[in-house]
Design a protein around this ligand. Sequence first.
Ligand code: SF4
Length: 426
Amino acid sequence: FDEHTGEAGLVTRLEAFMDTGTGGRIIPLASTRPQDQIIPGLRSEQKLIGFPTMGYLDVALRSALRHCGVEAVKTPSPSKTTVELGRELAPEFACFPLVVTLGQMRQVLEKGANVLLMVGGKGRCRLGWYAQIQEILLKKKGYNFRMAIIDSPVPLKTQWKGFRDTIKWLTNGASWPRFIKALSFGVYKLTALDKGEMLLQKMRAIETERGEADKIFKKYLLRLESCDTFTGVKKEWKYFQQEMAAIATTSTNPLHVFIVGEIWVVLEHFVNNYLEKFLGTHPHYRVHTHRDLYTSNWFKLHVLQNRKLKKREKYIHQAAKTYLTTKVGGHGLDTVGLTVLGKEEGMDGIIHVFPFTCMPEIVAQNILVKVSKELDIPVLTQIISEQTGEAGYQTRLEAFLDVLLERREYETKQQERGKTIVFSRY
Ligand code: SF4
């Protein structure tokens, strides 16, 4: 609802919604039980799996499936076409990730996929219902496929059966040892990709020739895609490190910027307008970007329940406590906690990105105003949608970096004079 909500339109929509019913027949609730999340029964054709991307998750997932003897279609990176395809079917106020992932689903279906794989969940945010909505929209458009929804296997009492059945079906009944080995390999590859990206962020800030580290990383990404053994991935990682170490570097004092916000927007470079690359390779600034959000971390934390990451999550939530004590869905609580930690961990500034209409991050955004003021840490919020213009976006980023540099300069001068730094007067 907003001030533009017209009565006639609202009534029409309600009536249309009622018409989608089945003439008074009650739809059995059992169809939404976790164990029924995939359409049961076997088909004669071979499975060809397709899925949307989130960072490099698709690369790892394809490898893991290949290890189980299941083929997957290569997901095209999001592009303008992807957004248009998604926008054509998505409801007007759907959050942006739903639009783009829907577009990617259409692309993989057009490439021959007959099974779509998507994450599910019943958290506080809309992601938990993406798959169901996307399935309805795509089938209405005439696509013929099966939707497989993977949800966290914990708590085991309620989740395990649905998780197990979906896995067994997807992998054509692969044995558990085979599946575990495939999964371990996927996670191993994903970790190698994310470690590579971390090193890339570091090298961008000190490379002499701008863009050199990016070229090396791009080749590393391609080589890893076709790597099918643990030894192969290890070898590639070592070779990549050597290549990075050979880059000519300059002594710089880069700005340290923390990227926080909605995970999918943070991880999808096309969607966030290549934020990190823009900052890291800008000809007039030296910026080292940092983040906690990596696909491998997300997977290890939410699916594998990794202890170290659980501890870090607790620490982040603890840091947020003064400003927010409860989960608000998505990564809203983490955004607040990471901003507080950003100050403690010596960041010059925080860039908060999230998709238009994202509920958890809107909550966080309002709280960040207070955090920024009280902790004296600059925060720039960027809300992303298909309307986000590149020029305006980049100008705001450059203006933000200028502020960070001026603060640095001021800080240095004050320290030289032995004075206390009070930025609020600045
Ligand atoms: S976190 Fe935000 S963008 Fe993602 S599903 Fe939830 S509301 Fe939508």
